[in-house]
Each structure stands twice: as structure tokens, then as C-alpha cells.
Write a protein that binds this ligand. Structure first.
Ligand code: GLA
Length: 408
């Protein structure tokens, strides 16, 4: 089990476009950039991963969601070139992938990660933003990829911020977030909502990010004092995860059409039974379940905000576990591994609630705990998981951290 504790110091709040030099680049990144490219980077940016706190698949249905940026991130080191060559490198491999300015040919296989920065370069003109010509680029991360913690959104935002800084463009945080989502939707090809990019962009230390996805409108809500976030990454991923996400998206849109609304967020929870009964033709059972999950989940997010503001952490925990049950039985995007972790965790002392986090079909889950739940408890949960599934989950005690920023 890779058990990681929180770092000694929390992140400092730094406004997006200011080079405050107060958060250090990922250790080794600047030196590795110099080794690969023969000079120092002029810009280093950082964008965090995220945990979905509550609001499962509500974002693209126009609903509300709560997330937290975590103290694990993606960093991009960057220096401009004058010859129009764009050279992309990653700390994860020795290759340098090269494209000429203007050439957006997608990367394949081991090189497919460049589709995230390429997608951002392709998105910038859509927002009337300038595009940098040539550059050297090195990405590094302490955020595990493919773990349901949104390393892809973090990569999009760290890249987008580096490109904007390189062209001296001051842009509101919201635009950076939209550029990242545009890259994901149109270049990478995943029909995701605004959650991942919004939380990576608007994160704030010791706060949750609230998003009303219809606006979108972003706000922060203080994270409860003395409460803790524990993340368990199952390292499992359904083989068809991207297709299943798209299928859920399509089922939600079919539910909205069948109920005569543009998006499921248009239906208040109290009106749902009547709307379902009146639907002609009747909704197929599966589609009805998706609608019940989404409309109920939006109500849970809103109830969670009320409970957080009232300092009622036990009530927040119950809402988190109720969210998991809804994902498990109505949205049907949980797995035996995630259900096992939720069931094991909520039976322990000090756990307020637990749920799957993110798209589902594998990936990570989270628990909200109080002080009496510590590393020894997490290790026991991991041991129970290993006894059942024969593999170790990765465990992370995460802090709510600041959003995307330039660090050099
Ligand atoms: C993934 C997507 C998000 C959101 C969640 C589910 O993380 O990228 O936009 O839909 O799944 O809530």
C-alpha cells in the first residue's frame, strides 16, 4: 500500500495570473528541463487534481456539484523558441515529441498524452485567444494518471496557463476553465461536464468548490474544520469506461427529452414522480433510473451546502453515502471494489460518509472522516481490500488545495 500523508505546509493562495514565486515547482522538474532542452524554463505552472465531493454526473445535466482541488498536481515547465518548433516531453518517458507550430496532428499510443496540450492549443482561437508559436515543454506530476482524480483536466489547465502566460494574456480563470473543457470535449473527444476543469481552476486551500454548472457559476464553501478527506484508488478501470460514460450521458439526455425538459436539472425533486407518471411514451426503466439519480443527486448537493454552512458534518456524511447508494443502484456506475470500500469504511468509527468519486466504473472513492480516523485505520481498510481482491488500493490523505497557478 502506498500510504501518503499530507504535506507539512498547505498551499498559499496566489492569484491566477500573478507570478508570486511562493509555491515551488515539482522537485527535479526545472533541472530535468535544463537537461533535456539545454536551458532553464521561463514559465512553470501547476494545476491540481480534484476529488468529486458530491454531485455524481450532475454537471453535464446542468445541475450543481461540489468538488475539492487536492494537494497533488500536474506541473508544466515551458520556454519559448523562435524557430516555430514545438517540443513536448514528459517526466514519464525519454521521448521528445515534436510538432511544427500550426500542426495539430494527434499523438498515438505512448504519445497520446500530447493530445491534451494540443487540444488546448486548438481551443485557444475558439476563445479569441492568441496561440504561442514554438516552445519547449516538459510535464511532470505527483498525481497518479488514470486514477479518477482528473489528471487530464490538470494537464489541460497547467498547459493552458503556460500558453497564456507565454503570450502575456491576462484571462479570467473562468476562460481558462472553459478552454480546458473545450479541449477535452472537442479534441480528446470526451463529453465531460465542467466539474474537473472548474475545480482545478477555482480550487482554494481548505475550501470546497461549488459549481452551478448551468451558468457556470463558481463559489467556494469552507471545508469543515477537523474533517479529513481520504481517497482510495482501486487502480481498476472498466475496459469500456469511456464508452460507458458516453452511454450514461446519452441516457440522461434521453431522459430529459422524454420528460419534456432541456436538461434534467430543470425538474425539481418534488415534481419528478408526477413528471415520470405523465411521460408519453413512458420512460424505459433504465432511463427513468438515470433521471431519478440525477434529480435526487442535485438535491443532495444543495442539501450538502446547507449542512456544510450549518457545520453539521454528520449530515454531510449521510448525504455522501446516500449519493453512493444512488450511483450504485440508480446510475449503475459503481463496481464491487468501490462498493466494498464504501461498506467497509462506513462501518468504522470516525467515518462520516463515503462514496465513489468521478465518472465511476472503477477509479477512486473518498471518505469524509473526523480526527480519530488515522493512517492505521486506512491501512486496515486497505488490508481488508487486499484480502478480498488480492490487490492493494492506493491510499491518499488529501488536503483541499489551491487551483491552477503560475509558480515561476
Ligand atoms: C468525470 C467527468 C466530469 C463528471 C464526472 C461525474 O469526472 O469528467 O465532468 O461528469 O465524471 O460526475
Amino acid at each position: 500500500m502506498a500510504l501518503t500523508g499530507p504535506p507539512a505546509a498547505g498551499w498559499l493562495t496566489v492569484s491566477l495570473m500573478k507570478s508570486a514565486n511562493r509555491v515551488e515547482p515539482l522537485p527535479g522538474l526545472v533541472g530535468h528541463f535544463a537537461e533535456r532542452f539545454g536551458r532553464e524554463p521561463t514559465i512553470v505552472t501547476r494545476a491540481p487534481g480534484r476529488i468529486e465531493f458530491v454531485g455524481n454526473h450532475t454537471d453535464y445535466n446542468g445541475g450543481t456539484v461540489l468538488g475539492a482541488a487536492i494537494d497533488r498536481a500536474v506541473w508544466v515547465a515551458y520556454a519559448p523558441r523562435t524557430d516555430g518548433r514545438r517540443r513536448f516531453a514528459s517526466e514519464r518517458g525519454p521521448q521528445i515529441v515534436e510538432r511544427k507550430a500550426g500542426d495539430l496532428t494527434r499523438g498515438e499510443g505512448d504519445e497520446s498524452w500530447i493530445n491534451y496540450p494540443l487540444g488546448v492549443l486548438a481551443a485557444l482561437p475558439e476563445f479569441s485567444l492568441p496561440v504561442p508559436e514554438g516552445f519547449d515543454y516538459l510535464v511532470g506530476a505527483d498525481l497518479p494518471p488514470g486514477s479518477g482524480l482528473s489528471s487530464s483536466a490538470a494537464l489541460e489547465l497547467a498547459s493552458g496557463l503556460a500558453f497564456l502566460e507565454a503570450t502575456g494574456t491576462a484571462t479570467p480563470r473562468e476562460v481558462l476553465v472553459k478552454v480546458g473543457r473545450h479541449a477535452e470535449n472537442h479534441f480528446v473527444g470526451v463529453p465531460c461536464g465542467i466539474l474537473d476543469q472548474g475545480v482545478s481552476g477555482f480550487g482554494q486551500a481548505r475550501h470546497l468548490v461549488f459549481i452551478d454548472c448551468r451558468g457556470p457559476r463558481f463559489a467556494t464553501v469552507p471545508f469543515p474544520a477537523n474533517a479529513h478527506l481520504w481517497i482510495f484508488n482501486t487502480h481498476t478501470k472498466h475496459a469500456l469506461v469511456d464508452g460507458l460514460y458516453a452511454q450514461r450521458h446519452a441516457e440522461c439526455m434521453a431522459a430529459a427529452r422524454g420528460l419534456g425538459v432541456e436538461l434534467l436539472a430543470d425538474i425539481p425533486l418534488a415534481a419528478l414522480p408526477e413528471r415520470i407518471a405523465a411521460a408519453r411514451p413512458p420512460l424505459p426503466e433504465k432511463v427513468e433510473k438515470r433521471a431519478r439519480h440525477i434529480v435526487g443527486e442535485i438535491a443532495r448537493v444543495d442539501a450538502c451546502v446547507v449542512a456544510l454552512r450549518a457545520g453539521d458534518v454528520p449530515a454531510v456524511g449521510l448525504l455522501l453515502t446516500a449519493s453512493h447508494r444512488s450511483s450504485q443502484h440508480l446510475f449503475e456506475n459503481s463496481t464491487p471494489e468501490l462498493d466494498f470500500l464504501v461498506d467497509t469504511l462506513i462501518a468504522r468509527r470516525g467515518v462520516y460518509g463515503a462514496r465513489l468519486s468521478g465518472g465511476g466504473f472503477g477509479g477512486s472513492m473518498m471518505a469524509l472522516t473526523d480526527d480519530i480516523f488515522g493512517p492505521a485505520d486506512a491501512a486496515e481498510v486497505a488490508a481488508a481490500y487486499r484480502a478480498r481482491f488480492g490487490a492493494d488500493p492506493e491510499v491518499l490523505h488529501a488536503l483541499a488545495a489551491d487551483g491552477a497557478q503560475r509558480v515561476r
